[in-house]
Each structure stands twice: as C-alpha cells, then as structure tokens.
Design a protein around this ligand. Structure first.
Ligand code: GCO
Length: 481
C-alpha cells in the first residue's frame, strides 16, 4: 500500500529552510519577487469580482476554551491533549483564546477588520455531551448568541459541524471506525439545523476528513492517536458517509447551502520520469481523489481501491446505497490549501520550496491556482469557497504595541494573486477565508505556532490586530490587492 505523506509530527526535521518573514526568498516563481517587494506594495492592483466575500476562520476546540462549562462533554481532543507527551509543552484547549467568553469582543474585531464572513465550528460535545440524546440547550444558546452577534454586525455566519472534536463517549464506542457514529452525526446535525438553520446561510459538514485519517489514524499525532492503516480508510468512509447523511438532513430541514470542507494538495512528480508521474498520480488519489470523487462523482477512485486491496476494510465497509448517500448533491465545495507535494518514483515526497514555521508547509502560492483550476476542470463548475489558507509566523508584540507579521502579508497577498488568476481563468470562487482570525491552539503544536490575523496574549487574553489584519482591512475595503 502506498503511504501518503501526512503532515510530519512536530520535531521532524524541517523540509527546507524556514522563511524569515519579509526577507524570505522569492517563493512566487513567475509572480514577481517577494524578496524585494515591500510587504504592503499591492501585487498588481487586482480587483476581485463584485460580491466576492472576505472572511476568516477558526474552530471550536482551537479557540473556545470553557472546556467544562455549561454542560459541555469531553471530546477526543480533551483526552488527547491532556495525555502527557501528546502536545507541545503539554498544551490543551482548556482555555485557548477564551472565545467562549470573549466572543463579543472578537465579533467587534471582525467588524473592525471588515469581514463579510466568519467561518467557525460547532462543538459536538457542547451540543450533545456524549454525542447522543437530547440537546444541551446551553451549548446551543452559545452558538445562537454568536450567530446573532454576527448578523448584528453584518457578517455572514459559516458554520462547520465537525472540526475534529468528536465526543469522547463516541470514541469509546468505536469512534469513526464504527458506522454508527456516522448515524449519530446525522442526528446531531439535525439538532443543529433545527436550532440555527434559519440564521446560517452556509453549512460545512466535516472538516478535512483526510487529516483525521492521516494524522489521527496513520501517523497518530492527532487525536485519537492511532497508527492503524487498515482502520484509517474505513474511518475515511464513515466520515464521508457522515457528510452525506448530514447533507440529507439539511435538505429535510430547509434553508441555506451546504458542502464539505476538504484540504487539497497539488501532487507534482518530483522529476520527469514516468515512474514519478505514476507515483504522483496515486499520491493524488490518497490526498485528493479519495475525498473529491465519492462526494462529487459517487465513486471511489479505482486506483486507490486497487492499491488498498480488494479485501481492505474500506472495500468491505461500503454498503449498498452508501455512495449514493455520500454523493448527495452539494451546493458548494470548501477548499483548504496549505502546501503542495512533490512525489518521487518510489512514492516518497521531497521539499521544493521554503517552509513556514510549520515544517510540513512549503510555501507555494501557485499551488493555490493549480488546485482551484483542477477542481473546476475535473469536477465541473461547483461553486468554491476557500475556507482556510494561512501560515504560522513567530509573532511577538513589539514595545510599541504592534505586531509586525510581514511574512503573513506577503503570503496572503501572493495566494490571493493566485486565487485571482484562477477566477480569471473561470473558477467559480466566491469567497476566501484566512486561517485564522485569532492565534489559537494549533493541535499537537499547541500554542507555539501563531496563525492569527489577531495576536492573542495567552496570559491576559488581550487581543492586538497584527499588521496583516490592518493590511487585510484595506484588501477588503478595496475588494482586491
Ligand atoms: C487544518 C485545520 C486547522 C488548522 C490549520 C493550520 O487544516 O489542519 O482545519 O484547524 O489549525 O489548518 O494547521
């Protein structure tokens, strides 16, 4: 079986030299020299289409904190992060950015930046402490307050139903290896649609199923921390089934649009050999087509099924009607882009571009263009939204009270230029969300990596808009870069 290349655990040797913000080498081959351009110089005066929506994203476990409040149950990330040795510095999401208590202040920051859309996730264990049964009204009330607060400020809510924080009780009952969890997810989705459906115009079902598969079940450096390749692809099937069942529940409930959130990675051959081309193709199967194909065409990619073997747990786990359920028509596809892969003839991956502070992330803006145009070319004109794109930078609060994250400004500008080019070439991209609004709990990397437009002092929970947030405000006002 070919091994995909999930994000390496923290501590793995960096793939290539890290970029120093603002002074890094030109990572934008063909798009001007990043190294010599002042960070706030507009790339080319690029205007986005009228109505294009600008947003930022977070997820529940990464920002909310309030881990034990108002009836919230335990999630697998509570268990995982409290297990010694699992996260950097033993960090947990117990407090995180305290968004649960400070959401009103955060909503004001969003308005100040000028966001048109806020993509957040709903914590399943806040809504159903054990993942089943009657809803916890206090949990739902929090999201109602959040959604109302967004509307009051003219910001469109975009809600993700599952961003990895599976109720621990469901993990104890088998987790995503158990088909039953997909059915429980549909019940949970129905509860949430009933409570918030009238106020949320866009829903996302499951966030990055691939990362659960790869990081949670292959490499094991995300919850639930397993290293079980056979289970991993059965987990993929059940996550996709959960997606499809949630889409069906949404149709029954009515209002709004819905789709999945997939992290996609362009997979390029590392050299010109036919063997590298073949290896890149199967790599692409594991990274992209394993998720895109069933959702958008109702079939698993045959090369991946063959590679896994006819008696794989995935193959055995597919029941009649599953693929039809998974392929329930979606209204939009949410794309998350961070890094490309370069695949050698033997199926391993090589770095080609400088990485960010996250060793797994090579900075390659053209990859954004390539992945967006590819989705449109291969799957037709399904409306697209970018729901995550960003990088960590080692931001510190200066003596003058500012945070100069010049590296984030150049990263975002170059990726937006690539997105603009994709739109010009016919990609129906309707919105873009920076990952992330706030510095937050970056999973196994804890609080060491700062991904936000807004700096968070974790001692005081004081927020400061970084230079990138001020820059993004101008981008939004101009509807372009
Ligand atoms: C993901 C998640 C986010 C991460 C972000 C940075 O893509 O892994 O959706 O929760 O924090 O991507 O790694």
């Amino acid at each position: 079986m070919s091994m995909p290349s999930p994000r390496p655990p923290h501590g793995a040797a960096p793939a290539a030299p890290e970029v120093t913000p603002g002074t890094g080498p030109d990572t934008t081959a063909g798009h001007g020299a990043a190294a010599t351009r002042a960070p706030e110089t507009p790339a080319a005066g690029l205007r986005f289409p009228p109505g294009f929506t600008w947003g930022a994203a977070t997820s529940a476990y990464q920002v909310e904190g309030a881990a034990k409040e108002d009836g919230r149950g335990e999630s697998i990330w509570d268990t995982f992060s409290r297990t010694p040795g699992r996260t950097r510095n033993g960090d947990t999401g117990d407090v995180a950015a305290d968004h649960y208590h400070r959401y009103a202040e955060d909503l004001d920051l969003m308005r100040d930046i000028g966001l048109g859309s806020y993509r957040f996730s709903i914590s399943w264990p806040r809504v159903q402490a054990d993942g089943t049964g009657a809803p916890n009204q206090r949990g739902l009330d929090f999201y109602r307050r959040l959604v109302d607060g967004l509307h009051e400020r003219g910001i469109a809510p975009m809600a993700t139903l599952f961003h990895w924080d599976l109720p621990q009780a469901l993990q104890d009952a088998g987790g995503w290896e158990s088909r039953d969890v997909a059915l429980r997810f549909a019940d949970y989705a129905e509860i949430v649609f009933r409570a918030l459906g009238d106020r949320v115009p866009v829903w996302l079902t499951v966030n990055e199923p691939k990362t659960v598969v790869q990081n949670g079940y292959l490499v094991g450096h995300h919850a639930p921390g397993r290293q079980d390749p056979a289970a991993a692809y059965l987990v993929a099937h059940h996550l996709l089934l959960a997606h499809g069942l949630a889409v069906a529940a949404h149709r029954a409930a009515g209002a709004g649009r819905i789709g999945p959130a997939l992290n996609l990675h362009p997979c390029y051959p590392a050299d010109d050999s036919p063997a590298a081309a073949r290896a890149a193709r199967i790599h692409d199967g594991y990274e992209n087509r394993l998720y895109l194909d069933p959702v958008l065409t109702g079939r698993y990619p045959q090369d991946v099924l063959d590679d896994l073997g006819g008696d794989s747990r995935l193959a055995r786990g597919i029941r009649d009607g599953d693929l039809a359920a998974i392929a329930a028509p979606v209204d939009l596809l949410a794309v998350q882009y961070y890094t490309p892969y370069y695949v050698t003839a033997d199926g391993t991956t090589l770095p080609r571009w400088p990485t960010s502070q996250a060793a797994w992330q090579q900075i390659h803006p053209d990859g954004m263009y390539d992945i967006l145009t590819r989705v449109t070319r291969d799957y037709g004109p399904v409306p697209l939204t970018v729901t995550e794109n960003g990088l960590p930078t080692p931001d510190t609060l200066g003596a003058d009270g500012t945070v100069d994250d010049a590296g984030r400004v150049s990263f975002l500008r170059d990726h937006l230029a690539a997105a603009h080019r994709a739109i010009a070439d016919g990609v129906p991209l309707e919105s873009y969300h920076v990952w992330s609004l706030l510095d937050n709990f970056e999973w196994d990397a804890g609080y060491d990596e700062r991904w936000g437009l807004v700096h968070v002092d974790y001692q005081t929970q004081r927020r400061v808009l970084k230079r990138s947030a001020h820059w993004y405000r101008r981008v939004i006002a101009a509807n372009g870069i």
